[in-house]
Design a binder for this molecule. Structure first.
Ligand SMILES: NC(=O)c1ccc[n+]([C@@H]2O[C@H](COP(=O)([O-])OP(=O)(O)OC[C@H]3O[C@@H](n4cnc5c(N)ncnc54)[C@H](OP(=O)(O)O)[C@@H]3O)[C@@H](O)[C@H]2O)c1
Length: 162
């Protein structure tokens, strides 16, 4: 994998230098993968798409991406619906008239993390976008940060055969 992603990255850099793609990025890269790539690349990835949600906050990875101007993007941002069961998110949501999913997606935005929740249902797609009429307080942001348990709903990038 370590050898493979550098070769792949060089191909993406080539496409970028030829202006055949507007931006290039990586997915499921942890800090050590990024450091390894950054030590040996010409173009820094513009985005890193990783599993990211209140039960998998990864502040070290987030800080590292921010320091290198790599945009973080959250996949499975609502834990495939499981954030609905987190009582602290239910409580915060009651204050704003929002669901735990909407609170989670608002937390992403205020963390400056691009978020890509998926739904096949029109009413959920509309509800998931209805997060621009309220703002979480600093205390609420900190409370959500503390829900982290290092819990994944998808594969662990360090223990997966990509
Ligand atoms: N780069 C990677 O390795 C990687 C890995 C996994 C996923 N992804 C990408 O990340 C995106 C999202 O990830 P994901 O689909 O795994 O997880 P997700 O967005 O956290 O959850 C999607 C699930 O949540 C349900 N849902 C959506 N809105 C809801 C709401 N308001 N209330 C309750 N349930 C709701 C959906 O069901 P309904 O459709 O029934 O609404 C669907 O089953 C996908 O586009 C996927 O391609 C990338």
């Amino acid at each position: 994998m370590q050898g493979k992603y550098k070769e792949t990255w060089r191909a993406l850099e080539h496409l970028y230098s030829e202006k055949r793609v507007r931006s290039i990025g990586v997915s499921n890269f942890l800090v050590h993968h990024l450091k390894d790539l950054l030590s040996d690349c010409q173009t820094i990835p513009m985005i890193n798409q990783v599993e990211f949600h209140p039960r998998l906050f990864q502040p070290t990875l987030l800080d590292f991406c921010r320091s290198e101007s790599i945009q973080m993007e959250a996949w499975s941002p609502i834990m495939r619906g499981k954030v609905m069961e987190i009582s602290q998110l239910v409580s915060i949501g009651e204050k704003y008239g929002k669901s735990p999913v909407q609170i989670t997606l608002r937390w992403d935005l205020q963390q400056r993390v691009v978020t890509i929740p998926k739904s096949a249902k029109q009413h959920r797609i509309i509800a998931n976008a209805d997060i621009f009429d309220f703002e979480l307080s600093a205390d609420e942001m900190a409370l959500i940060d503390q829900l982290d348990r290092g819990e994944r709903v998808g594969p662990d990038p360090d223990n997966f055969n990509f």
